[in-house]
Ligand binder design. Structure first.
Ligand code: SF4
Ligand code: SF4
Ligand code: SF4
Length: 257
């Protein structure tokens, strides 16, 4: 069972409840609602088209075949069976290949932290594993962000287009883009007018990544070795730090007794 979102921009009123709910559950500070960042996992953009405002959400697309996962040398990203692409901070070595590889420019980095991590939406993985709705979908009273099984959402999107051809541009964004994504969009106008990338997005990107890498084996193996070396050094430092902390704790204990 693979879940996802149907985001119907024709129903979105720009109330920002989704952005606010996401912010609240992650303890993120107030700030710019229009830009994804290390402390904003979803954003809301406003477009003026024919004197009307159209609002579009931005977030991780939870690609069926995610390039962030395919380039990560230590397997910090996982496309889970439930649909979310999750990130394991304990595995991350901070190489930021994922940020370069993501076609939607989603992963962000905690540049201002001493031990920075990559940050992005995880489709509220813990909540949905417990049978709850993602916070943003729960907060959307307009039904503009709907959570469900991807196959049901596709059926629903097709039903809406067929039932109301005057409202919808007949295209489901995310059905094929980047090999298909768990987040699907409907809109009243061609989606490119809302700054969504469509051209050259009609296939999975890991396939392209691999095609490029396999042509240059030296580069691939060198970068693999380099990343492994880097990982080993960082891991070793962390282990040494742990040992130092536990030695200090034992010394303090000894002194007390
Ligand atoms: S949108 Fe980017 S970060 Fe999200 S799953 Fe796809 S490649 Fe990974
Ligand atoms: S699924 Fe969760 S983490 Fe992702 S945008 Fe919605 S509330 Fe934020
Ligand atoms: S909560 Fe729903 S209606 Fe409000 S901005 Fe988010 S998607 Fe749009």
């Amino acid at each position: 069972m693979s879940y996802g979102f149907l985001i119907d921009t024709t129903r979105c009123i720009g109330c920002e409840a989704c952005v606010e709910a996401c912010r609240e559950i992650h303890g993120h500070p107030e700030g710019d609602v229009a830009t994804l960042s290390a402390h904003a996992f979803t954003a809301l953009n406003t477009h003026e088209i024919d004197d009307e405002e159209i609002f579009t959400r931005r977030m991780c697309m939870h690609c069926n075949d995610p390039s962030c996962a395919s380039v990560c040398p230590v397997g910090a990203f996982t496309k889970t069976k439930l649909g979310p692409v999750t990130y394991d901070p304990d595995k991350c070595i901070g190489c930021r290949y994922c940020m370069v590889a993501c076609p939607f420019e989603v992963p962000k980095y905690q540049w201002n932290k001493k031990q920075p991590l990559v940050q992005k939406c995880d489709m509220c993985f813990e909540r949905i594993s417990r049978g709850q709705l993602p916070a943003c979908a729960e907060a959307c009273e307009e039904g503009a962000t709907v959570f469900g099984e991807r196959s049901d959402l596709i059926k629903e999107a097709r039903r809406r287009i067929e039932a109301d051809p005057d409202t919808y541009h007949p295209y489901i964004y995310g059905l094929n883009e980047a090999g298909g994504t768990s987040v699907l969009f409907l809109s009243a106008v061609p989606i490119e007018q809302l700054d969504f990338k469509k051209e050259q997005f009609q296939q999975a990107f890991p396939h392209l990544t691999w095609n490029v890498l396999k042509e240059i084996p030296n580069v691939a193996s060198f970068s693999g070795l380099f990343m492994y070396g880097l990982w080993w050094v960082i891991n070793r430092r962390m282990e040494l730090q742990k040992i130092k902390v536990s030695e200090t704790a034992s010394a303090v204990e000894e002194e007390r007794s």
